[in-house]
Design a protein around this ligand. Structure first.
Ligand SMILES: NC(=O)c1ccc[n+]([C@@H]2O[C@H](COP(=O)([O-])OP(=O)(O)OC[C@H]3O[C@@H](n4cnc5c(N)ncnc54)[C@H](O)[C@@H]3O)[C@@H](O)[C@H]2O)c1
Length: 266
């Protein structure tokens, strides 16, 4: 948990995929900084439990909502509910995402479609649902969670890389289009964070196979490649999200910031 200095006091934020992992840490950090946060997740019960925990531990307001970011009806209905509860949305964090390591020639079309639906179409839908109220308010901030895989292609990550490169393109397009409305749009590209996404057998075992490692050797393998010699934590990402959500980054838009211990430098 990150100790706050109330840099987001009075702000209202919506974070997708916030029931656990990176989104959960971002939501908690925002509350610690004085924001009120809508925790939106496809798992509505987990979102409600996460909101309870954050209210208790970060001493502020957080509310859980069920939302499937890849479904237009679900996104628009949920955003309407969030605005009814919070009054407005100043900050949107598009964090929900899924990932699999699969050799390209074995990748079923359903995996390609699911990955693009959640990771890329989800960002499009949430931005389309939230931007009109930001334009009407004369400002706002959007933070999209891309990846190092949005900067560099990676074997057996074709769908994931395609979706995360897409998020960076979408970030730059929206930054251009909405700058005159006082809205900034930036992306964060985290390095390797051992959340449940990474620890699932679909990811860890498949990645270990790809590198000829045992699953328990994967973390050390990454640490040896990362210039700062440690994995990324959810707090590392949340701190940068707070910066991008705060007035400290007011003159930044269209940027994609690596938070990866030096794994990627451009
Ligand atoms: N973990 C990493 O190493 C890493 C690295 C770079 C980027 N990222 C990105 O960070 C983001 C968060 O990843 P994480 O590691 O915390 O993952 P995670 O699997 O721990 O959490 C993802 C959350 O998103 C939710 N979610 C999934 N599909 C959804 C949908 N359709 N609608 C709404 N919510 C949905 C899940 O229920 C879960 O709560 C993702 O976009 C991921 O691609 C992660």
């Amino acid at each position: 948990m990150i100790a706050g200095t109330m840099r987001l006091k009075g702000k209202k934020a919506l974070v997708t995929g916030a029931a656990r992992g990176i989104g959960h840490a971002i939501a908690g950090a925002f509350v610690s900084e004085g924001a009120e946060v809508a925790i939106c997740d496809i798992d509505g019960l987990a979102a409600a439990l996460a909101a309870d925990e954050i209210r208790r531990e970060c001493r502020g307001n957080a509310y859980g909502f069920q939302m499937d970011v890849g479904d237009r009806g679900s996104v628009f209905a949920c955003v309407e509910e969030c605005v009814a509860r919070l009054g407005k949305i100043d900050i949107l964090v598009n964090n929900a995402g899924i990932s699999r390591v699969v050799p390209f020639l074995e990748m079923p079309e359903s995996l390609w479609d699911d990955t693009l639906r959640v990771n890329l179409k989800g960002v499009y839908l949430c931005c389309q649902a939230v931007l009109p109220s930001m334009v009407a308010a004369g400002g706002g901030t959007i933070i999209n969670i891309s990846s190092q895989s949005g900067k560099r292609g990676n074997s057996q990550y074709a769908a994931y890389c395609a979706s995360k490169f897409g998020v960076i393109g979408l970030t730059q397009s929206l930054a251009q289009e909405f700058a005159e409305s006082g809205i900034t749009v930036n992306a964060i590209c985290p390095g390797v964070v051992f959340t449940e996404l990474w620890r699932s057998p679909d990811m860890l075992d498949a990645y270990a196979r790809k590198r000829g490692l045992a699953p328990e050797e994967v973390a050390a393998y990454f640490e040896s490649k990362i210039p700062l010699r440690r994995l990324c934590t959810v707090e590392d990402v949340a701190r940068v999200a707070v910066f991008l959500a705060s007035d400290d980054s007011a003159y930044m838009t269209g940027q994609s910031l690596n938070v990866s211990g030096g794994l990627e430098m451009s």
